[in-house]
Ligand binder design. Structure first.
Ligand code: G16
Length: 539
């Protein structure tokens, strides 16, 4: 049943910030998935001793791609696959399964927060035995394979029924269909004070969780409604759909509009949250109140003692360079380690594995801890619920008290989308050349202290990564520029603006950062080069 098929390379199979992300129409081309999956297996030794997890966020084409992966894995002599029932598993739950079962890795089919469907995006992430995504050295090796591939092996058997939990054998390979919920739910119960949260709901506390028609719906219903006792229908858009019901499953103020409108209305619940397509991102809201992911990371870290699993102490904390410096002030206060890494969760993995950090997070609505090696949307929601239950305070009270103690980093991100790739690349290259000339210059009353690329030297594997360009101002404000690494076509220029104030903490964020926005556009010549006078998305 095993056959070898001749093929020719696709030149666009380089993984970005988190796996390979391409338009569904690209991925459905003949041999596309086969080439990529074979290229992954080509860089792994001793496949006959290895077991991998397969599952994803249920988006369009996942069902077909899963069957292809099964057939290619079997033909390559893989020992065993654990497959999530019906193919559905959130990215964090996948990390739990890989770690708990000591698997050799996993193939997670998700383009995360990108839209899905026939006209949307498809994605495939490759994790190793840490439960986190493989480092750049491995993605580079896989890319080289994709450029040189001339054949792949595949088993010509029927499709495997993955709808029922149990074990089977396929083409000489063992297969186990697993419940993707149980291990994850158990882990959350071991981390947080479920009794305190249950009591809070029993007293009438209300929440709305928007699963955005994506993979976390069943997890959220089980945890928030069935176990913790949140009122029925607290979880909305709870059924995963291949096209996310037309939603763009990115939990931010722009794309989670339905939830935001509700939380800013008279009917608002006490607490609101959303997750993205594969359940690793989160957005936190109070009644008429939004918590930026930057502040959320700082607040969770500051309150770690309220959580049973962390109360005896944490190692340290890390953030991506583009994320605000709010958590740095908390790390200093608690006298714990503090690290700044490039954008991409994979850069946190070595820091967690070497016990340098316990918490980490990013401006792109990602927060997590060393319980797994991916960011974790439901974990962040439970952390907030635990804080609210123990303190009896509102989301707004907790956040404002935090600002009173630590000052506030006003923070806004501008995205310029659909820019021609060559225009975006040239803009970044020219800006990098210009950076050294900017020191000491004054724009809009702000003095530039230093301007340079962000370079990260990993203390564990000594690799060095350059990602983004940073302008540091004398008053602690910052502008960061980088190109998105998760798009499926064209380029997105991201401009991250941060302005710190110790005492003036209740201003409008957009007003506060508007002088920085002006400087950012002027210095990089964004309007002249892209034709865009303003950002497409402001979050
Ligand atoms: C991925 C990575 C994150 C990163 C984000 C931003 O998120 O896992 O670590 O912060 O991309 O990507 P970019 O700014 O390059 O578009 P996700 O949720 O898409 O997997």
């Amino acid at each position: 049943m095993i056959t070898t098929i001749k093929t020719t390379p696709f030149t666009d199979q380089k993984m970005g910030t988190a796996g390979l992300r391409r338009k569904s129409k690209v991925v459905t081309q003949e041999h596309y998935i086969e080439n990529f999956v074979q290229s992954i297996f080509n860089v792994i030794d001793n496949l006959s001793e290895k077991t991998f997890l397969v599952g994803g966020d249920g988006r369009f084409y996942n069902d077909i791609a899963i069957q292809k992966i099964i057939k290619i894995a079997a033909a390559n002599g893989v020992k065993k696959l654990l497959i999530a029932q019906n193919g559905y598993i959130s990215t964090p739950a996948g990390s739990v399964v890989i770690r708990k079962n000591k698997l050799n890795g996993g193939l997670i089919l998700s383009a995360s927060h990108n839209p899905g469907g026939e006209n949307g995006d498809f994605g495939l992430k490759y994790s190793n035995e840490t439960g986190g995504q493989v480092p750049s050295s491995v993605t580079d090796a896989i890319y080289q394979q994709t450029l040189n591939i001339s054949e792949y092996k595949i088993c010509l058997g029927d499709d495997v029924d993955i709808s029922k939990i149990g074990s089977t054998e396929y083409c000489g390979m063992q297969i186990e269909i697993i419940d993707a919920l149980k291990d994850y739910v158990d882990m959350m119960q071991n981390i947080f004070d479920f009794n305190a949260i249950k009591q809070m709901f029993a007293k009438g506390f209300t929440m709305r969780f928007d699963a955005m028609n994506a993979v976390t719906g069943p997890y959220a219903i089980e945890i928030f409604e069935n176990i913790l006792g949140a009122p029925k229908c607290s979880v909305v858009n709870a059924t995963p759909k291949p096209d996310f019901g037309g939603l763009h499953p990115d939990p931010n103020l722009v794309y989670a509009k339905e939830l935001v409108d509700f939380m800013f209305s008279d009917k608002a619940a006490d607490f609101g949250a959303a997750n993205d397509g594969d359940g690793d991102r989160n957005m936190i809201l109070g009644k008429g109140f939004f918590v930026t992911p930057n502040d959320s990371l700082a607040i969770l870290t500051d309150n770690y003692k309220l959580i049973p699993h962390y109360k005896s102490g944490i190692y340290g904390v890390a953030k991506s360079a583009a994320t605000s410096t709010a958590v740095a002030r908390v790390a200093k206060e608690h006298n714990i380690g503090y690290y700044e890494v490039p954008t991409g969760w994979k850069y946190f993995v070595n820091l967690m594995d070497s016990n340098r950090i316990t918490f980490c997070g990013e401006e792109s609505f990602g927060t997590g801890s060393s319980h797994i090696r991916e960011k974790d949307g439901i974990w962040a929601v439970l952390f907030w619920l635990n804080i609210l239950a123990v303190t009896g305070k509102t989301v707004e009270e907790i956040t404002v008290e935090h600002w009173k103690k630590y000052g506030r980093s006003y923070y806004i991100r501008f995205d310029f989308e659909g820019v021609d790739t060559s225009v975006a690349d040239k803009l970044m290259a020219d800006l990098e050349t210009k950076l050294p000339t900017l020191a000491s210059q004054v724009f809009e009353g702000f003095t530039i202290k230093e301007a340079k690329p962000f370079v990260y030297n990993d203390p564990v594997d000594n690799s060095s990564t350059k990602n983004g360009l940073v302008i540091y101002f004398a008053d602690g404000s910052r502008i960061v520029y980088r190109l998105s690494g998760t798009g499926s076509s064209g380029a997105t220029i991201r401009v991250y603006l941060e302005r710190f104030s110790q005492n003036d903490i209740l201003q409008n964020p957009l007003d506060m950062v508007s002088p920085l926005a002006k400087i950012a556009l002027q210095v990089a010549e964004i309007p002249q080069r892209t034709g865009k006078q303003k950002a497409d998305v402001i979050t």
